[in-house]
Ligand binder design. Structure first.
Ligand code: CTP
Length: 434
């Protein structure tokens, strides 16, 4: 595995040396690119000594990318961009985050960032006010949306003397994030993932509808994460304010019925269906053709919508995995488990939507990934990170589970092994002999 470590100009630049060591301990080949201001904090020689390669310090300077990279051919940032399996920028200053977010390419690191198709991870480090500034947060949101991995800074005493968020994550934690990203690269290749996202709108009249507060962020994060990991993605989305995730097929719908029609048709292509949408449970019995006038108290008659998830489960094809979501405000686990059994899905991601700061419309979420046999707690994190954790759990469901057969004695064991010889690819068989 090959990783390019980009170092930008902050006091935490010295921590990048520890990051290089941590990656090398995991047998990762490391190259280092430094911005001009990074070189004011740490000498390139430090990284050259650690990596055994010249450090890349300028678009125009002389450097040696080592084995596998083009040398001194005038397009070295392209060669480096192709050489690496991941680009990690640590520390990432507010300035470099802004440049990455807006596609500025005015030095080696930022030019290489545009040229690489490898996953990008950043470990921000800055003063607490710079970190919480709306501009920095908007840039981070843009990067997160684009699939850049963000290793959040810690809270504590900062080099500037202030206390708060902004301290670069520990090098070990950054290395771990890089390795996790590399491990995930293309692990969904061959899968076709259908994701539903956002809320539906059930019309009352030409200008009013029954809707809900779902932002679609969780579903969009899942679509983007699945795409980054090599899956083909079909995203069926209710109205949202979000930009379409890159390279996903986006099918826009408005009502529960429209979602149902699209999902039932497109699920035939899918190997995994993830129903993250907040589908309306009821719609008005009649939709007024004209804008309704205010005439005093009124009662709307509602009728239940179809349960799309339950229908998807009934129509599932062989090997298709079906994952639902459960938005709960009370008795989270009890209701989640009941929903899992009632709907017959392989797993349900249970959210506590009553909790402050997570769930509906928030950028963060926490959940429990529930199957009939297991329950995995996924603690509070960004929806993009949670999306990867959910996909990790879905992949666990893909692994063949051993079948345990109880037999009486060795002879029967041998006979059963022969009889139980199941089709190739159905997993290892385990015979328990008493
Ligand atoms: N769902 C669906 N079709 C519906 C309602 C819900 O496919 N008409 C799916 C959602 O996309 C989600 C799961 O069912 O994956 C659970 O949704 P949720 O709103 O939590 O539960 P409900 O089934 O609506 O049950 P309740 O309102 O009683 O909690």
């Amino acid at each position: 595995m090959r990783v390019t470590v980009g170092v930008s100009g902050g006091i935490a630049a010295y921590k990048a040396a520890e990051l290089v060591r941590a990656l090398q301990r995991q047998a990762v080949q490391v190259h280092v690119v430094m911005t001009a201001s990074a070189q004011r904090f740490v000498q390139p020689l430090t990284f050259a000594a650690l990596t055994g390669h010249k450090v890349i310090t300028s678009l125009w300077g002389e450097w040696d990318a080592g084995e596998g990279a083009a040398e001194q051919n005038g397009i070295d940032h392209i060669a480096e961009a192709q050489w690496c399996d991941a680009l990690v920028i640590a520390p990432a200053t507010a300035n470099i985050l802004a440049k990455l977010a807006h596609g500025v390419a005015d030095d080696f690191l930022t030019t290489m960032h545009l040229a690489t198709t490898a996953p990008v991870i950043v470990a921000p480090a800055m003063n607490v006010n710079m970190w919480s500034h709306a501009a920095t947060q908007a840039n981070l949101a843009m990067l997160r949306q684009r699939g850049v991995g963000i290793v959040e800074p810690g809270t504590g005493e900062l080099a500037c003397g202030m206390t708060g968020a902004g301290r670069m994550a520990e090098p070990e934690a950054v290395a771990e994030a890089v390795l996790r990203t590399l491990g995930r690269k293309n692990d969904l290749r061959g899968e076709v993932v259908l994701v539903t996202a956002g809320g539906t709108r059930e019309a009352i009249d030409p200008v009013r509808f029954i809707g809900n507060r779902s932002s679609g962020k969780m579903g969009y994060a899942l679509a983007e994460a699945a795409r980054c990991r090599g899956a083909k993605v079909i995203l069926v989305s209710g109205p949202t304010a979000l930009a379409a995730p890159p390279h996903c097929e986006l099918v826009r719908i408005a009502t529960a019925d429209e979602m149902r029609k699209v999902v039932l048709e497109r699920m035939k292509e899918a190997t995994v269906v993830i129903k993250a949408a907040a589908v309306a449970d009821y719609r008005p019995v009649a939709v007024s053709a004209q804008k309704m006038k205010r005439t005093g108290p009124m009662t709307l008659e509602l009728t239940p919508t179809e349960d799309i998830l339950a229908e998807v489960v009934r129509r599932r094809g062989p090997g298709q995995l079906i994952v639902g979501f459960a938005a709960e405000t009370e008795n989270r686990m009890e209701n989640g488990r009941a929903k899992l059994l009632r709907k017959g899905a392989d797993a349900i991601v249970v959210n506590d939507v009553a909790r402050e700061g997570v769930g509906i419309d928030a950028d963060d979420n926490a959940a429990t990934f529930l199957t009939r046999a297991t329950s995995v707690e996924l603690p509070e994190m960004s929806k993009r990170q949670l999306a990867d954790c959910i996909l990790d759990e879905i992949l666990v469901l893909r692994r063949p589970r051993p079948v345990v057969v109880e037999v009486d004695g060795l002879e029967e064991a041998q006979a059963r092994v022969r009889k139980e010889s199941l089709p190739a690819g159905s997993g290892r068989r385990t015979v328990v002999v008493e």
